[in-house]
Design a binder for this molecule. Structure first.
Ligand code: NQM
Length: 360
């Protein structure tokens, strides 16, 4: 089969936007597949010759197929196109792009909607975990309009409930991959955690910041970026991620006291630019640290009401609430489920044309 033109959908998933493909429309060979993805999304920093939006949040790809697993409906592989670096990274997952997977699956007739709501079990290939998406489908039709609002996206849409099941350690092997709830690296106190997304937490005061600086101010702070990158490169192997200079994980999250009635305030580098909001699984990892008194979060928040806790993560464009369900096994707290609200919207459907030179 030739790949001169490839069907795609462009979907806003949560506070990100991506190009969604049916796996069967892309080459099986991963190198050729990634070249075609780069060709379609864009190789240069402006993505002038591609469909991407020249920002990490709009330079994302989903590859979707019917699930090969008996207990799931859909298989989803996430691919991050690294803006301006002419390469992709499929080591992390993306909870925002995941929230658009149900839209693609129903539109593409991979899932037949049921009355009122349709629950789709998604096998997240990047992290080998399951997420349940509950979609609004009155009269067995996918509904986009509704009154759910998420920060980072204008207007309101139909709610999509995302229930992540057992995501602890899905990228690094364990919830606290260094074996500690707190480490000191380069004289900075940090917590390294992976509840679906590898994240390094640092108190703003340790970096000489308030934690309320604007995203632009932080991204333009060359000294801060250098400190964060040195720390990240040091911590990557400690988190079982190996050498991370070419990886987009771990993400670096600066924390401080909440300002707007939430649980904790954040600024997240993903990993070199400050996120306009916060990633879904990134927020889940931050919330998860708040449950443990030994983490660096405990200077800001101590959580007592188990087993179901709602934590509101403040970020540069609003807040993000995560509901964590945990249980104690042999005195150790285990987080079983992370529930959250997203919305998604189908933006366009069509065929994409890779550059002919990339097909050889
Ligand atoms: O953490 C940004 C986003 C993400 C990823 C990033 C995400 C997640 O906002 O699950 O959603 O961390 O690069 O889409």
């Amino acid at each position: 089969m030739g790949y001169e033109s490839i069907p795609y959908m462009q979907i806003r998933g949560g506070s990100s936007k991506g190009i969604y493909f049916d796996k069967n429309d892309l080459p099986q060979d991963e190198n050729l597949r990634d070249e075609i993805i780069l060709s379609i999304v864009g190789r240069d920093s402006r993505q002038i010759d591609g469909l991407g939006g020249a920002n990490p949040l709009t330079s994302k790809v989903a590859i979707i197929s019917k699930s090969e697993k008996d207990n799931c409906d859909i298989d989803f592989l996430f691919v991050q196109v690294v803006v301006g670096e002419n390469r992709v990274d499929s080591s992390p997952n993306c909870g925002n792009i995941l929230s658009g997977v149900g839209v693609f699956a129903i539109e593409n007739k991979m899932v037949i909607p049921t009355e009122n709501t349709t629950t789709i079990k998604v096998n997240m290939i990047n992290s080998n975990n399951i997420c349940e998406l509950v979609m609004q489908t009155p009269n067995k039709k996918l509904k986009f309009d509704g009154d759910a609002r998420i920060d980072g996206v204008p207007g309101t849409s139909a709610p999509i409930i995302c229930n992540y099941l057992d995501v602890a350690g899905s990228v690094c092997g364990s919830l606290f991959p260094t074996g500690n709830k707190k480490d000191v690296v380069n004289d900075i106190d940090i917590t390294c955690i992976d509840n679906g997304m590898p994240v390094v937490l640092i108190n703003a005061s340790q970096l000489g910041l308030t934690g309320y600086e604007s995203c632009e101010e932080l991204t333009n702070n060359a000294e801060l970026r250098k400190t964060l990158e040195e720390l990240r490169l040091e911590v990557g192997p400690m988190m079982n991620l190996g050498e991370v200079s070419k990886k987009v994980v771990p993400k670096m999250t600066i924390i401080s006291a909440p300002k707007n009635g939430g649980s904790i305030n954040t600024r997240t580098f993903i990993p070199h630019n400050c996120h306009a909001a916060i990633g879904v699984l990134g927020a889940v990892s931050v919330a998860s640290a708040c449950l443990y008194d030994e983490c660096v979060t405990s200077d800001i928040i101590k959580v007592k009401n188990m087993p179901i806790v709602n934590l509101t993560i403040e970020h540069p464009s609003g807040e993000f609430t995560v509901e964590l369900t945990s249980e104690k096994i042999n005195d150790e707290l285990n987080i079983k489920k992370a529930g959250l609200l997203r919305t998604a919207r189908l933006l366009s459907k069509g065929v994409a044309y890779p550059h002919p030179a990339d097909l050889n």
